[in-house]
Write a protein that binds this ligand. Structure first.
Ligand code: HSE
Length: 306
């Protein structure tokens, strides 16, 4: 695939919800997908890393679909796209792989076509494609984001990523589709649970913005989605508890799961070992690593090695 007339975009992994902030809070993480996009006579897709052999390699590819959405938005006729994507973000694990694809496709096509749509417009398009804004916002802007939807318009507030917080990512070997994970949620919740969550979501955001990590242990709790998703992620509550007992401030289901993410004062491997061991008690195999929050959203990058 020729490298001229192409644009390369690096997009971060993300964790959404952060416990109580369902469909609202999101945080960019320090590992990435890269998309290299060029115009072509037909659509050709090459994938390395996560999703190689699994993701669509034609017009159904999500990066391509997002690029096509951008082209339609600005009235550009594009016969095909040539896409090379290198993925570090595992699929369907709650770490923003689909958001990275959507944001990558939109930002790359915007650059390639010289469309000049601003980030707010790109966010609106990304949230329309994804269906909710909490992963696409940090994937686009980086940092910590809080979003709500007002009559189809996403309102997004961005804050700098919390500094000095270590994030332990524990990824089970199985996938959970966001569709399935949303399918188990109730139509209605008790008023008390709504109050439980609105108060904790506000306190979680405040604790992260103010650097008051100790508060996370109390406020990063949830009654809107995690309890309903427990059957999809065996051992989830026990893994969250194990993280806390081993020294994390708090832990939560990452996005719609099955990954559990721990918020810790330092990269103490005993925390990850305790979490992996606890998943093991439920016959769930998991891999674990440390990362940090990142202020960098989707950015233009140098083409990577093939
Ligand atoms: N807020 C979303 C959910 C994130 O929990 O379903 C997953 O995309």
């Amino acid at each position: 695939m020729p490298r001229h007339d192409s644009v390369t975009i690096k997009i971060p992994a993300t964790t959404a919800n952060l416990g109580p902030g369902f469909d609202c809070l999101g945080l960019a993480l320090d590992f990435h997908n890269t998309v290299e996009l060029a115009l072509g006579a037909v659509t050709e897709v090459e994938i390395t890393g996560e999703g190689d052999g699994q993701l669509p390699q034609g017009p159904g590819n999500l990066v391509v679909r997002a690029a096509a959405r951008l082209a339609a938005e600005v009235g550009a006729m594009v016969p095909g796209w040539r896409l090379y994507q290198h993925n570090e973000i595992p699929l369907a694990r709650g770490l923003g792989s689909s958001s990275a694809a959507i944001v990558g496709g939109l930002v790359a096509a915007n650059e390639l076509l010289g469309s000049g749509l601003d980030k707010d417009r790109l966010l609106q398009l990304a949230a329309q494609i994804e269906g909710h804004p909490d992963n696409v916002a940090p994937a686009l802007y980086g940092g910590l984001t809080a979003c709500c939807i007002d009559e189809d318009e996403v309102v997004c507030l961005r804050f700098n990523a919390p500094e000095g917080l270590s994030l332990g990512v524990v990824i089970p070997s199985f996938e959970v589709s966001t569709e399935d994970a949303r399918g188990v949620l109730p139509q209605q919740v008790p008023f008390g649970d709504a109050v439980f969550n609105t108060s904790r979501a506000a306190c979680t955001l405040a604790a992260l913005v103010a650097g008051k990590w100790d508060a996370l242990g109390v406020v990063m709790d949830d009654r809107l989605h995690q309890p309903y998703r427990m059957p999809l992620v065996p051992g989830m509550s026990e893994v969250i508890e194990a993280a806390r007992e081993a020294g994390a401030y708090a832990a939560a289901l990452s996005g719609s799961g099955p990954t559990v993410i721990a918020f810790a004062p330092e990269m103490n491997n005993e925390i990850l070992e305790a979490m992996v061991r606890t998943f093991g008690r439920f016959t769930v195999e998991a891999v674990a690593f440390w990362t940090t929050a990142s202020n960098e959203g989707a950015v233009i990058a140098e083409p990577g090695p093939r």
